[in-house]
Design a protein around this ligand. Structure first.
Ligand code: 5RP
Length: 226
């Protein structure tokens, strides 16, 4: 039986083998991606030649310490592959991200990437996204208005606090963690949220990944989008 940490590491290390010479890689954010960076660093020391575009300042700092060559989004003509974690994913590969607060940059990079792979431990597989926490990114000025709007849409908003302070994203915004009804259709609700003035982006990701790599209690599972 593999522990949760072992599951994350196994999925991340398997995903690291998808990275090939001369790729530009979208590098996600979070504790699962931490293991990806660890393995990529080892492969780079062994001669792998890649460049990475980071989805957060946290990942950027870690990548620098791990000697992973970074380029800006501006300099990345193509992102061949993006690898990132998720907070929850349903059987149709719709997912929620943003637990680490990097959802906006993660979405930009996933949308630009030719291929997307999500990596995770098995706790992230859920039958339905309804009822879960869905983060949205909001510029500070718009927070009170966004709170009113999301309540009208049926969500309970909670301003994210970290270490006693209001959480600030890499884009200078705040996060509202929204909880909706278990029966709510989150992909539909996210379209409505995205259309609200004041909401920069939602943590609802459509089925844009081609494959998920899941570390389970019994080993690694790969599931493909169909
Ligand atoms: C950050 C994210 C992460 O990918 C997500 O929270 C998963 O993180 P972890 O691998 O630590 O469980 O969306 O904004």
């Amino acid at each position: 039986m593999y522990s949760k940490e072992e599951q994350k590491k196994a999925a991340a290390w398997r995903a690291a083998m998808e990275v090939k010479d001369n790729m530009v890689l979208g590098l996600g954010t979070g504790s699962t991606v931490y293991y990806l960076i660890e393995k990529l660093s080892e492969r780079i020391r062994g001669g792998l030649n890649i460049h990475a575009v980071s989805t957060s300042l946290e990942t950027e700092a870690l990548a620098r310490r791990s000697d992973i060559p970074l380029i800006s989004l501006e300099d990345a003509r193509t992102i061949h592959l993006s690898i990132d974690g998720v907070d929850a994913i349903d059987p149709d590969f719709y997912s929620i991200k943003g637990g680490g607060g990097a959802l906006f940059r993660e979405k930009v990079i996933a949308c630009k990437a030719r291929r997307v792979i999500w990596i995770m431990d098995q706790s992230k597989l859920v039958p339905s996204l309804g009822g879960r926490v869905l983060p949205v990114e909001v510029p500070p000025f718009a927070v009170p208005y966004a709170e009113e709007q999301v309540k009208e849409a049926g969500f309970i908003p909670k301003l994210r606090i970290k270490h006693g302070n209001v959480f600030v994203t890499d884009n200078g915004c705040h996060i509202l963690d929204l909880t909706g009804d278990a029966a709510m259709d989150y992909p539909m609700a996210a379209v409505r949220l995205k259309a609200m003035t004041g909401i920069l982006e939602t943590g609802l990701f459509d089925d844009i990944c081609e494959k998920i790599i899941v570390g389970t209690e019994n080993g690694i599972e790969e599931r493909f989008h169909h």
